[in-house]
Design a protein around this ligand. Structure first.
Ligand SMILES: [Zn+2]
Length: 115
């Protein structure tokens, strides 16, 4: 991590809202939860990109120009930029994640019926 990365993280992490399970969430300024599939973005080295991807680059050596490397979340929280919750995954990991997330959403929707 160089000085630029240090400054970048300081600025990014100053916007964090603590979420469930120790997640560090970046919220949409306009509305939260945001509409559609909004993802937090940040400007890094004059490029605007997914904030989680930049954090994975700094902490987990994700190659920013690689189309084979995705910033995946252990926590399934797309707004989370906690480096401990991120890992570098392949496109197939990303698909598996999406499937797992779909199941999680389903579980959450039905979890209110246990009364
Ligand atoms: Zn998280």
């Amino acid at each position: 991590m160089d000085a630029y990365d240090g400054r970048f993280l300081k600025k990014l992490f100053s916007k964090i809202v603590l979420g469930p399970n120790g997640c560090w969430e970046i919220h949409n300024k306009v509305s939260h939860p945001p509409k559609d599939n909004w993802r937090p973005r940040a400007c890094y080295k004059r490029m605007s990109m997914n904030a989680a991807r930049i954090v994975a680059h700094i902490f987990h050596k994700l190659e920013l120009d690689s189309k084979q490397q995705y910033a995946c979340h252990y926590c399934d929280n797309a707004f989370c930029v906690n480096p401990d919750h991120l890992y570098v995954g392949s496109p197939s990991d990303n698909v598996n994640d999406a499937i797992r997330r779909g199941r999680l959403v389903y579980r959450r929707k039905t979890s209110g019926e246990y009364y």
